[in-house]
Write a new protein. Structure first.
Length: 380
């Protein structure tokens, strides 16, 4: 019985010797784990919540976000791989990387492992941008899936280098992890399965190219051709992905500018409203006659409304921009408020029934525009 067990273990012992002789130290796996932990500790020290922060927290540390990335900050494709949305996200990814990474690094070699990890991570980031361009994406998941994909590719290309018993265990464990993670990602909200699938495919592809026998002589054969093919595949993949990734940076910049203008207009509207109410109160209290109120409306409020409308009108917004309707309604409301103020000044000056009716019509138009804007905000 013990003899049979020893004989069964001999192939695995020989495999372990060849594996360690091929790659004596798998130092990149612990280095990547440590780097991810260091970044997470840095985030916590900077005030990000341990269980997960806000999207703007992640953006400060290099999260992938289509409008910013495609707008020139392409480094986010790589930096997002080291940013995690909470301690649980970090622990799961680092456990998977530690568990699979050490073996994969020894099978492929240190340099190939880094290529697999980074290429898969970058492809995962690009896939995320293609799938949902306006979502903030973080985590090493795409790169980790790429490591599992490369390991799966090795078991297919170099099945003779791994003992049959160990080969079956690797295939089963890898398939279970990948299948469960993808199914969970499709079922749960907030999981970036695009990065998972992109990283898995990229890692599998580079794994097929980089998988080599463990014996030194056979391992070195055709190495230059493998490198050239990997470079060609990587360059083609990145060129195609960048070409098809939509550039939403212009829309994003316009949305930021519009939000800033809306915030400024809200302050202007409040101040102008307070001034208008003060004038109405003075009129009711007989503290000022109609002529005085009229002059102040024309001297103070109308120029202020002109300035507020000019600031809103200066916003550059494409016709098909997502917030174009909001902007048009708000501008129409501002113009209606200005027109109502001018009509009130005219009525105070002439006092005719026609000018009074014009003022009432302008007030109704103002209330209608305001109601339309409020309903538009409720639809979001």
């Amino acid at each position: 019985m013990f003899k049979d067990d020893a004989q069964d273990q001999l192939p695995e012992v020989g495999f372990a010797y060849r594996l360690y002789a091929t790659t004596p130290r798998a130092f990149f796996t612990p280095l990547l784990v440590a780097l991810n932990i260091v970044v997470f500790v840095w985030m916590i020290a900077d005030g990000v919540a341990v269980l997960g922060g806000r999207p703007d927290d992640y953006l400060r540390f290099g999260a992938n976000f289509g409008p910013l990335t495609s707008g020139g900050e392409w480094w986010r494709l790589a930096s997002c791989l080291f940013v995690h949305a909470g301690i649980l996200h970090l622990v799961f990814n680092m456990w998977a990387l530690w568990d699979c990474g050490r073996l994969t690094e020894r099978l492929f070699g240190n340099a190939w492992f880094v290529v697999i990890y980074m290429f898969a991570g970058l492809c995962g980031s690009l896939a995320s941008m293609l799938w949902h361009n306006e979502t903030v994406s973080v985590g090493a998941s795409g790169a980790v899936f790429g490591v599992f994909g490369a390991l799966l590719a090795f078991t297919i290309r170099q099945r003779g280098s791994i003992p049959e018993s160990m080969l079956n265990r690797l295939r089963i464990s890898t398939s279970i992890f990948v299948t469960f993670s993808l199914c969970y990602g499709f079922a749960a909200a907030g999981v970036d399965n695009a990065a998972h699938l992109g990283g898995l495919a990229a890692g599998f592809l580079i794994g097929l190219i980089g998988a080599r026998p463990l014996e030194k002589n056979a391992r070195d054969h055709g190495h230059a051709m493998r490198i050239a093919l990997a470079v060609l595949v990587a360059a083609s993949a990145f060129a195609a992905a960048v070409h098809f990734v939509p550039d939403t940076s212009r829309v994003y910049r316009q949305a930021l500018a519009l939000q800033k203008a809306i915030d400024t207009f809200a302050v202007d509207e409040k101040n102008l409203g307070n001034t208008f109410e003060a004038l109405v109160k003075r009129a009711r209290d007989a503290a000022a006659d109609d002529k005085t109120i009229m002059n102040e409306l024309r001297a103070d409020l109308l120029p202020a409304w002109d300035a507020a409308i000019a600031r809103l009108s200066a916003i550059e917004l494409d016709a098909g921009a997502p917030l174009r309707k909001d902007y048009d309604i708000l501008l129409r409301y501002a113009q209606a408020r200005r027109a109502m103020t001018a009509a009130l000044a005219d009525f105070l000056e002439s006092g005719t029934p026609a000018s009074r009716q014009d003022f009432l019509d302008k007030r109704a138009a103002t209330e209608s525009a305001l109601q339309e804007y409020r309903e538009q905000q409720k639809r979001k």
